[in-house]
Design a protein around this ligand. Structure first.
Ligand code: 4AD
Length: 486
């Protein structure tokens, strides 16, 4: 039963019974036994050989033969499906590719090398039918990522996307583990905010809707937006905790259809107090990357292999190289020199002071041996107000760092923060934001310490590890300009 303030909904088991069908081979004694409900991955582990079990999932293949019928059933717990062997009497037209089934039987050692275990079915119940003619995925067909992207409500039923979702889940857990094991406190930074952290004006503004709000001009009494970064809220917390992080959805109204931009993406952000060196930040960035990747490769080996073999052949070598070599560090000024010396024809200018574009980032990564590379000390004027002034001349830079990775370009952006009240105040004054950020200046007035942090784009991280070209293929429900399906 689901309850909301306004209404109560109840879901009755009877609603589904109209299309339930039960087939049994008449082993009444067996059916009375309670069988253990197992996930497919548990059944495949072989630990329960000989046990009476029940498995529920979706049919990935059906092969009727004269005496037997063979099914493959998958429940999302692993890439591999469980083979079901049943007496031909259990066959039924409703047992189709895509249908949902519940199978009871005995787990047996399989005679075939392809699968170690199979389920000898005593009973098969079709829980949900699936008309194979209308179902947009076809048995034995390998559908492209572009094709399945058009079907966001169904693509989790394909091997590739279910693998992606398991990898994404494992990578999320790995990132949380890294921070937990290294003394970081997780902060739930807000999704609704009244500040524009990056100052780039790529904000979604929030307005209430519905009759209750007709006369209400401004719900929060101030303009409110979806967050573009949790950084400033993390900086608040870094006034009391020496290590904090957040990992959540982030929103940018970038009018971009590019392969590495989304309007809603997930960002991992960390903030470290009592740090005066970019090296402290690059160490955490590199360690997060390595520990998450090693865990994903170890725990999702089959799923990752599917991408590395079928989606992006050869990418495994790139990932191994990333893990085996340390990440080089170059300054922005060196990066510009490298670009100037190259014979490549770039579309965008490469003068000192210009932002590095994707084409430049990709070139720099290749130049450094196709491994992740840190670029430090960007022109002061390119960086937001919070970046720490290096107070250098004649090339005026800020203590900022980006991590560029193969195939993607920028994966992380970070900086030391300007902790000196007078410098921060002067910069905010120059852009007319002194009053808006008075609370931020308070952080420098009361117990200010040198600190810094960074943000890592989680979808770009997945692109980098899996070699997936388009960011829309690594997020369950992609949102980008002119598209918000579902
Ligand atoms: O470099 P960015 O803009 O850094 C910040 O937001 C800082 N305030 C973070 C911090 O210091 N706490 O964004 C960080 C990362 C980028 O390097 C990129 O990987 C990702 O977020 N990113 C996007 N990913 C997908 N779609 C977009 N539109 C993205 N914009 C940034």
């Amino acid at each position: 039963m689901f309850q909301t303030a306004a209404k109560t909904f109840s879901v009755s088991a009877a609603t589904a019974s109209s299309y339930r069908r039960v087939f049994s081979v008449g082993l009444r004694r067996y059916c009375k036994k309670t069988s253990t409900k197992l996930r497919v991955s548990e059944a495949l582990s072989g630990a329960q050989l000989g046990a009476a079990v029940k498995v529920q999932g979706w049919v990935r293949s059906v092969r009727p033969q004269k005496n037997n019928i063979f099914l493959h059933v998958n429940d999302g717990s692993s890439l591999q499906s469980l083979q079901i062997v049943a007496d031909a009497k259990l066959n039924d037209p409703l047992l189709t590719f895509g249908s949902a089934v519940e199978v009871s039987g005995i787990l047996k050692k399989s005679l075939h090398q392809k699968q170690p275990v199979e389920l000898e079915a005593e009973q098969i119940r079709v829980v949900g039918e699936c008309n194979p003619v209308n179902f947009p995925f076809k048995i034995k067909e390998r559908h492209s990522l572009e094709y399945i992207r058009q079907l966001p409500h169904l693509r989790c039923r394909t091997n590739a996307f279910s693998s992606l979702l398991r990898i994404r889940s494992e990578a999320t857990a790995a990132i949380h583990s890294y921070f937990k094991n290294n003394g970081f406190v997780q902060i739930h930074t807000p999704i609704i905010t009244s500040n524009d952290c990056e100052g780039a004006g790529e904000l979604f503004q929030l307005e209430p809707s519905g009759p209750a709000f007709v006369d209400e001009d401004n719900f929060f009494s101030v303009p409110a937006f979806l967050t573009v970064s949790g950084q400033l809220h993390l900086e608040v917390m870094s006034g009391a905790f020496s290590r904090v992080y957040t990992f959540g959805p982030t929103f940018r109204a970038e009018n971009s259809q590019s392969r590495r931009h989304l309007a809603e993406f997930f960002m991992v952000e960390a903030e470290i107090s009592f740090t005066e060196s970019l090296e402290d930040l690059t160490k955490v960035m590199e360690d997060v990357f390595r520990s998450a990747t090693e865990r994903v490769l170890a725990r999702c080996a089959e799923d990752v292999d599917l991408f590395h073999r079928h989606v992006t052949p050869g990418h495994r070598d790139t990932v191994e190289a990333m893990l085996n070599k340390s990440f080089p560090v170059i300054s922005y000024t060196e990066a510009i020199d490298i670009l100037h010396r190259s014979s490549e024809k770039f579309t965008f200018p490469t003068d000192w002071g210009c932002d590095l574009m994707t084409e430049h980032e990709k070139y720099l990564v290749k130049h450094c041996g196709n491994v992740p590379v840190f670029v430090t000390d960007y022109p002061y004027d390119l960086k937001p107000f919070y970046a720490r002034d290096n107070q250098d001349q004649p090339k005026h830079t800020a203590a900022a760092v980006d991590l560029l990775v193969p195939g993607v370009g920028e994966l992380c952006g970070g900086s030391l923060r300007e902790e000196r009240l007078n410098l921060l105040m002067a910069r905010l004054k120059r852009v007319g934001l002194e009053d808006t950020y008075n609370w931020y200046l308070d952080l420098r007035r009361f117990g200010s310490v040198p600190h810094g942090g960074f943000g890592l784009g989680f979808e770009r991280y997945l692109q980098c590890v899996l070699g997936v070209d388009n960011i829309k293929d690594v997020i369950p429900f992609p949102r980008f300009s002119h598209s918000c399906l579902l």
